[in-house]
Design a protein around this ligand. Structure first.
Ligand SMILES: [Zn+2]
Length: 724
């Protein structure tokens, strides 16, 4: 077999690599005892660290979800590398020369690795172009904003020439394929062939937390450029704007050390802050601050929940005083509960953004701005109050009604009374009345200490306790009923034996007309983003204007939830879980022939994070009951028929998406891998559930044993599934 890395080399790389350093690049670790470190698990969502790394044995293990492995497995799982790629990555890291069995290096097999290389080559090219004559306007731009050559170098800032084929020619000449540079989002494809996406622009490489360029942000420089002021790499297999923070690779160490992160709005703000000594500054890239950013940040910061020690970590937002900045503040506030850290807002004086502040007033002014931060709660209270006429009784009553839930939502109860006092002062109301309003709002709030971001979701799912019916559709997609499943005599694979049998009959559950989704018990609650974007079939709920305790109602950002006529892929959030679900459905919808019936059934029963995709999954479950597909078109039609009409478009979209692979041979591997990881993820979820039950069953010896048996069976299924 060509390109195999020598066994002894693999062992050498492993022994020379400090696992704590490698994992530490992605997960903040703290000492947990002799020879072991702990952090927030990158494989499951948790609030207190149960992910343990042992340097001496070179392995990690999560006591929450059971994930376990060595330094190579870690990179395989988190960076989606193949085994040899993970060895190569780590060998490169320590400067170790690998020897291959047949003397030559294996060709790159993974699409992802090639896309990362293309991005790295483009970053180098852009940087090189910044020194050319043509780049004078780009250098002027930097100098005008106070950035010298060293600053440009530190941040890898570059210049994209004005020509249509400058970068593409360079990359093609350097061995990259057309499909690769297209998939990396570096070029577009038009009638006359490939053209460079970024032309005549100043370019910032956007790097992942380990420092690899995954995409670019580009600012226009020329008046005849009709494009937007800032242009970003589109979503690609390696660039997901909702999951990357500009500057985090640079800020990572300080963020972890200071347990503080400063969120600014633009690339130049990040540069200015770092130059001003605020070395923990990061920014989102062409999107607003969201849930995935928070997860990433918490992991890097080591944002643990520590009893009675809240306040160890600090998240500081800076918002422009304009309308967009105010909206950004509301959005950040809506997610505030997800942090264990304290959240603050720092407002730059005189309507300047941090970059201007640094340029005109110097580093001291930027530091003062950060020091003058105010708690996010206080900022929001003042903002809500500013929207009411406090000179009238009605205005004050409304203002109290709107602000009491904000105070009631502050996790640190000790602060409630202080804020009630402040509020009473600002409103000119009786303290007792304010206290009562806060207590009233609190009574309706669900405890959140172990479940970040849960308030809104609990409130919504409670309101949607009954699964809704699509009017006029009757039971059509509800019953597999008396249809015969195909291959009834087929042998069951062992991994399916312990499968949940609770869902006896497939049925399709859809979000109701308010866009609420009543999940069955296997599904995660929908995200607020999904709720806000779910298809709307009728006028918004009039109750939504009632300033109740549900935080999603209190945030102005969803006031203008768009009216949609059909579900679409474009509405899906781009977190890892949703992507796995989307890709797995895509694979199954396009190539049912790749899969055995057992695997298909397991996938159709897996828990989904995305409410929209769960509808398609349910359609799939019904379609499976109708027998094997006649051909690809018939299969797709069948599933489209089984979902409510306004989801049919989503099914069609999944049916035509391009798979991120280069040839037929890789297609089947990709499709199988992704469906297997969906099912494996579901088994892992069941395992976490069982482990929880196991802990609770102490003292019930028989129950304990039964659960242990289930656990063993489940592990057996996972091993079989992975082909181990
Ligand atoms: Zn875990």
């Amino acid at each position: 077999m060509p390109g195999l890395i020598r066994r002894s080399d693999i062992d050498e790389v492993r022994s020379r690599t400090e696992i704590v350093d490698v994992i530490g690049e992605q997960v903040a670790l703290k000492r947990a005892g002799v020879g072991s470190m702990k952090g927030l698990c990158p494989f499951h969502d948790e609030r207190t660290p149960s992910f343990t790394v042992r340097s001496g044995v070179g392995r990690y293990h999560c006591f929450g979800c059971g994930e376990d492995g060595d330094v190579f497995t870690f990179l395989q799982r988190t960076e989606h590398l193949s085994f040899s790629e993970s060895v190569e990555r780590l060998a490169g890291r320590i400067g170790y020369q690998l020897t291959y069995e047949d003397g030559e290096r294996a060709a790159d097999t993974s699409n992802r690795a090639r896309l990362l290389k293309a991005n790295a080559a483009a970053a180098e090219y852009f940087q090189d172009q910044l020194g050319r004559d043509e780049a004078q306007p780009a250098r002027d731009f930097l100098v005008d904003r106070g950035f010298d050559q060293q600053a440009a170098l530190d941040f890898g800032v570059g210049y994209a020439p004005r020509g249509y084929e400058s970068l593409s020619r360079h990359l093609l000449a350097n061995g990259f394929g057309k499909d690769e540079i297209l998939a990396a989002g570096l070029v577009g494809s038009g009638e006359r062939g490939l053209y460079d996406r970024f032309r005549g622009r100043l370019v910032w490489p956007i790097r992942d937390v380990t420092g690899q360029p995954v995409g670019f942000g580009a600012r226009k420089l020329y008046d005849d450029d009709n494009g937007p002021k800032y242009l970003n790499t589109p979503e690609t297999p390696v660039f997901h704007k909702s999951q990357v923070l500009y500057g985090l690779d640079k800020a990572r160490r300080e963020v972890n050390k200071q347990r503080r992160v400063v969120v600014v709005e633009g690339y130049t703000d990040v540069m200015a802050c770092h130059l001003a000594g605020i070395t923990t500054a990061v920014a989102t890239c062409g999107t607003s601050f969201g849930v995935d950013h928070i997860k990433l940040m918490r992991r890097v910061m080591g944002d643990f929940e520590v009893a009675d020690q809240r306040g160890a970590g600090q998240v500081i937002f800076t918002f422009d005083p304009d309308e967009a900045g105010q909206k950004a503040a509301s959005r950040a506030f809506a997610e505030e509960q997800r942090f264990a850290s304290q959240t603050f807002v720092a407002v730059p004086p005189e309507g300047l953004d941090p970059a201007d502040l640094w340029l005109h007033k110097g580093a001291g002014a930027v530091q003062e701005m950060i020091e003058g931060r105010k708690p996010l709660f206080e900022f929001m209270l003042r903002r809500v109050l500013a929207g009411h006429d406090l000179d009238t009784v009605e205005g004050r009553v409304q203002a109290l009604r709107a602000t009491a839930p904000i105070v009631a939502n502050i996790r640190d109860r000790a602060l409630h009374d202080g804020y009630a006092r402040e509020l009473a002062g600002w409103l000119g109301e009786d303290l007792e009345a304010v206290r009562q309003a806060v207590a009233g709002a609190r009574g309706r709030v669900i405890a959140t200490s172990d479940s970040p971001g849960r308030i809104a979701i609990e409130a919504v799912t409670a309101a949607a306790a009954m699964p809704p019916e699509e009017e006029g559709q009757g039971d059509r997609w509800k019953q597999g009923g008396d249809r015969k499943p195909w291959q009834q005599d087929g042998e069951r694979k062992p991994w399916q034996d312990g499968e949940r049998r609770r869902q006896d009959r497939p049925r399709v559950v859809v979000p109701d007309e308010q866009g609420r989704y009543a999940p069955d018990d296997r599904d995660a609650p929908p995200t607020e983003e999904e709720l806000a974007r779910a298809p709307q079939q009728s006028a918004p709920d009039p109750r939504a204007s009632d300033p109740g305790p549900a935080r999603h109602r209190a945030t102005p950002s969803d006031e203008h939830a768009p009216e949609r006529v059909g579900a679409s892929i474009a509405e899906l959030p781009s977190d890892v879980n949703t992507r796995v679900e989307r890709d797995a459905l895509q694979a199954i919808l396009q190539h049912p022939e790749f899969f055995g019936e057992d695997l298909l059934r397991a996938a159709s029963r897996a828990a989904f994070a995305s409410g929209l995709l769960a509808v398609v999954r349910d359609g799939l479950a019904v379609a499976i009951e109708a027998g094997p597909p006649v051909n690809g078109a018939e299969w797709l039609d069948r599933i489209a028929r089984e979902v409510p009409p306004h989801y049919a478009g989503l099914v069609r979209e999944l049916g035509v998406l391009t798979a991120p692979v280069r040839d037929e041979e890789n297609l089947e591997r990709w499709a199988t891998d992704i469906v297997v990881s969906l099912v494996d993820r579901d088994l892992l979820r069941q395992k976490v559930e069982l482990l929880g039950r196991l802990r609770r069953s102490e003292g019930d010896a028989e129950g304990h044993r039964a659960i242990q048996h289930e656990l063993v069976a489940l592990e057996e299924q996972r091993r079989t599934l992975r082909g181990e």
